[in-house]
Design a protein around this ligand. Structure first.
Ligand code: ZN
Length: 267
């Protein structure tokens, strides 16, 4: 498809290209994930500079060349300023961006993932980052058709609270009861409270995330099992998790602290 086309998009990645250009990876609602060159953007006076930085949402005019597309105009919609002013929120923003980048193949059109990333970045400005990340992961799994079975054992269909600790098994596509554990692949022992919180994250409206409270134990466990499940199916390690851990991860963000914690059996 040669010629001009318009779309909005979120810049997932940008790297220097040739002398003064940059090569961007952009997630768009209508044209999927695409690579595009911004010519001359590293010159001081380039008008394309502000809207083409990583983590910007802009309206673009692209020209589809023989190989790569070129960005000929762009109008910035949001630079997500509140995220750039807070190192922790910024680290989480890069995490959401990395997940979206890993979940959509080049050229693949996935409007649901675009909308999810856009909403996730907006909510991240005001809600506890650790909860936004968990809700985002849960929704990505849904969009990819990988939502795990959480209400019953994924293998025998039995009750999960029938005695013994259940475990999350990515290979089995859900939670295994104590009797079915240990048959294939990695497993992560889970508290019933974590399973309930995960179900809640699946159902919950984004706007209500601010009111969700988790105990530190549940927060830590979900922080391990949700990314593990996602990484198993994306078949890669999510690198931004290291940055989040470096700057303190889920600690000190108020979730489950200074507030009455929701306690559930098994916690
Ligand atoms: Zn079972």
């Amino acid at each position: 498809m040669a010629g001009y086309f318009r779309d909005e998009g979120i810049v997932l990645k940008s790297r220097d290209y040739q002398e003064t250009d940059q090569l961007l990876t952009i997630l768009t609602p209508r044209h999927g994930k695409l690579d595009a060159i911004v010519k001359g953007v590293r010159k001081p006076k380039s008008s394309l500079r502000s809207g083409t930085q990583q983590l910007c949402r802009s309206r673009f005019l692209f020209y589809a060349g023989k190989s790569l597309a070129t960005i000929t105009q762009c109008e910035v919609q949001s630079i997500y300023a509140p995220l750039r002013q807070d190192l922790k929120r910024l680290a989480y923003a890069f995490y959401l961006v990395e997940i979206a980048d890993s979940a959509v193949m080049p050229g693949q059109v996935n409007p649901a993932m675009y909308i999810l990333l856009k909403q996730g970045l907006e909510i991240l400005a005001g809600a506890p980052p650790v909860l936004v990340a968990r809700a985002f992961e849960a929704r990505v799994l849904k969009i990819l058709g990988l939502e795990p079975r959480l209400d019953r054992c994924a293998s025998c269909g039995g009750d999960l609270d029938g005695g013994g600790r259940p475990a999350l098994s990515p290979a089995a596509g859900g939670i295994l009861c104590a009797r079915c554990r240990g048959r294939e692949g990695p497993e992560y022992q889970v508290m019933l409270g974590s399973i309930k919180a995960w179900q809640q994250l699946n159902r919950m409206n984004w706007q209500h995330l601010r009111r969700m409270h988790l105990t530190p134990n549940l927060t830590r466990e979900l922080e391990e099992i949700l990314p593990a499940f996602l990484e198993y199916y994306l078949d890669r390690k999510l690198k931004s998790r290291a940055l989040i851990n470096e700057i303190g991860g889920s600690e000190n963000d108020g979730t489950g602290k200074d507030r009455p914690a929701t306690r559930t059996p098994g916690d």
